[in-house]
Design a protein around this ligand. Structure first.
Ligand code: AMP
Length: 608
């Protein structure tokens, strides 16, 4: 293991590193810094967030730019405003002894005039989100025609978020001979394509394996009935009294509901999703950063760029539609050398996805049991005992002690301890004493259609599943189809989900509210000269659906062919697999309004 000095960094940077308390380079820094310092090269680096990648490109960029010039020499593109601000902040810290350095952040939702003024002062390095950057270029508020170094940070996320065209446009305003450094946690085809298109013989480094999760994160899954999902979430939180977590839901609506219910049930929780204003999101993030919120319930898109180092748990309340996204989720914990746990709450119909994720992250999941009520009571009791043991006495209470002592004059120490702890313990005990076992045995039958009063905010009843007669043959993969639908229907990224592309047809879901809009839009719609039909999928994966909307011959033909051959070819398993996935659409009659957690409120609120 080398030191930062051995990597060849200059004194100004080493001085800042000492101030920051970084003792030794992380793996990505050790690999990237010497390459970037010593050669003028393009680079593709596969590294998760939290591995120290900002410094891996930041130090070399700072070492190479000329701070005496006011020309913009380095451009860092990042997917979100949050991340953009974090990178800017880190760069300023790394470069605090580089006299004359001006690093400017450019991002949407904030005054463009102020940002332009900052740039005009002479920004050697610009850190930007693609949308705002493109806007500023077109208004001639920035000049990136002389940059020497460009960084595409979290390239997979940027492409995921639909920034491909913006990036292409931005890079077309930069010189041919600049160096491009691409950092990505995963390497889907799209990223490889970008690397090929914009880079010249890039050197490659990988930290861990491609798409692999960081080694200090353990992965666990909990198999429950869908209707018990919310109860399971609460138990996982209760069994970890010091939890500081991000809880991932699939849609904005589920995110909001889960957060609201957690709050109602006495947990310190907050929601983070795209329907909130920027100001609301900032406030939630601020509270989370200050540890005032223990459970941040978030959508994948909104959680991008969350860069909080001490997250103890990531909880996948629902698995993401695209399993690659799991890598990003789990990468929110186990950062900066700390250990983390990524938990997945799964129902029987989703459990097969665990195996696929294992293949992607090259790590095994441990199947764990949702703790029973008495285990939780014990954990809570011992946690309280521990806290009391470690609490420093506040002498402000001395003045009240005389009357308290008088009150307990006759009580023995043993009795006093029992009484004291019973105050807390009884709340949990009363709530949990009759609690049921939430675990489902792997081989048992799925009872997801039940109506026992649990709440599954990720349930299927709020969404509609559609059949669409385009597929791989038409050049779509899930990402392209998702983007296509989102763009055509003018929906947000979170609003189109469970996209599943077969050879000649596909499936996708939207919230029920959007159903009329979706169906109306596709009544007379042509794509590349061909009619595109969308219908509600009838939850019968076998394809015995009657075609009700004419023109069905073509569709039926293709679907018939797809059913027999596509499934096998696509590797998506048996016909019954497909039936299950089609059933994602909305047959459930579960009620979202059942209240499952009210009783617990008293118990939980006592926790601080
Ligand atoms: P990043 O992957 O750039 O988001 O970095 C994650 C966190 O690790 C940030 O808070 C950095 O300040 C911190 N960090 C980066 N490099 C090191 C290092 N060599 N030693 C300790 N912490 C680091």
């Amino acid at each position: 293991m080398s030191t930062f000095q051995e990597l060849g960094l200059n004194d100004d940077l080493l001085h800042a590193i000492t101030d920051l308390g970084f003792e030794k380079p992380s793996e990505v820094q050790e690999k990237a810094i010497p390459i970037l310092l010593n050669s003028e090269t393009d680079l593709v680096a596969l590294a998760q967030t939290g591995t120290g990648k900002t410094a891996a490109f930041g130090f070399p960029m700072l070492a190479k730019i000329d701070v005496n010039s006011r020309t913009t020499q380095g451009l860092i593109l990042s997917p979100t405003r949050e991340l953009c601000l974090q990178i800017t902040n880190e760069m300023k810290q790394y470069g605090k002894y580089c006299k004359g350095l001006n690093v400017v952040a450019i991002y949407g939702g904030s005054s463009i005039t102020d940002q332009a003024r900052e740039v005009k002062r002479g920004a050697q390095i610009i850190v930007a989100t693609p949308g705002r950057m493109k806007d500023m270029i077109s208004r001639r508020l920035v000049d990136i025609s002389k940059i020497q170094y460009s960084v595409l940070d979290e390239a997979d996320e940027m492409l995921n978020m639909g920034f491909k065209e913006d990036i292409t446009d931005i890079l077309s305003h930069t010189p041919e001979d600049k160096n491009t450094w691409l950092f990505s946690a995963t390497m889907p085809r799209e990223v490889a394509r970008i690397a090929k298109k914009f880079m010249d013989n890039p050197q490659e480094i990988t930290v861990g394996n491609k798409n692999e999760s960081t080694s200090n994160v353990t992965h666990e899954y909990y198999l429950v009935n869908s209707r018990d999902r919310y109860q399971a979430l609460k138990r996982l939180a209760d069994a970890n009294p010091d939890i500081f977590s991000v809880v991932f839901c699939r849609t904005k609506r589920d995110t909001q509901k889960v957060a609201e219910n957690l709050i109602e049930d006495g947990y310190s929780a907050g929601a983070l999703h795209g329907d909130l204003s920027q100001n609301q999101r900032d406030l939630v993030m601020q509270s989370f950063r200050k540890n005032q919120i223990q459970m941040l319930v978030a959508t994948d898109v909104a959680a991008r760029g969350i860069d909080v180092d001490d997250i103890t748990h990531v909880i996948n309340y629902q698995l993401p539609d695209e399993i690659e996204t799991y890598t990003h989720r789990s990468g929110r914990t186990g950062r900066a050398g700390k250990n983390g746990i990524s938990m997945v709450i799964v129902s029987k119909s989703e459990v097969r996805k665990i195996k696929s994720i294992e293949r992607i992250i090259k790590r095994e999941f441990e199947k764990k049991e949702v703790p029973d009520g008495m285990e939780i009571c014990e954990v809570q009791l011992m946690s309280l005992a521990n806290k009391i043991h470690n609490t420093e006495v506040n002498h402000e209470i001395d003045k009240y002690l005389t009357s308290i002592n008088e009150m307990f004059e006759e009580t023995s120490k043993e009795e006093l301890i029992k009484k004291f702890f019973s105050v807390e313990f009884t709340r949990f005990y009363n709530y949990y004493q009759k609690s049921k076992n939430l675990n489902v045995a792997e081989g048992s039958r799925d009872r997801e259609g039940g109506r026992e009063g649990g709440r599954d905010f990720g349930g299927n009843s709020n969404s509609t599943r559609y059949f669409i007669n385009v597929g791989e043959k038409d050049g779509f993969d899930w990402m392209k189809l998702k983007d296509f639908l989102k763009d055509q229907l003018q929906l947000g990224r979170d609003d189109v989900f469970k996209v599943e592309v077969k050879e000649s047809f596909s499936f996708f879901n939207t919230e029920n509210e959007t159903k009329d809009k979706v169906l109306a839009f596709f009544t007379d719609f042509k794509h590349e000269g061909r009619f595109v039909n969308v219908e509600v999928s009838e939850n019968r994966g076998g394809g015995r659906r009657n075609d009700r909307r004419g023109g069905g011959g073509r569709r039926d033909d293709k679907r018939g062919g797809g059913r027999r051959s596509d499934d096998r070819k696509g590797g998506s398993g048996s016909r019954s697999d497909r039936r299950r996935s089609n059933e994602g659409g909305g047959s459930s009659r579960r009620s979202d309004s059942d209240s499952g957690g009210g009783k617990f409120a008293g118990a939980r609120r006592s926790r601080r």
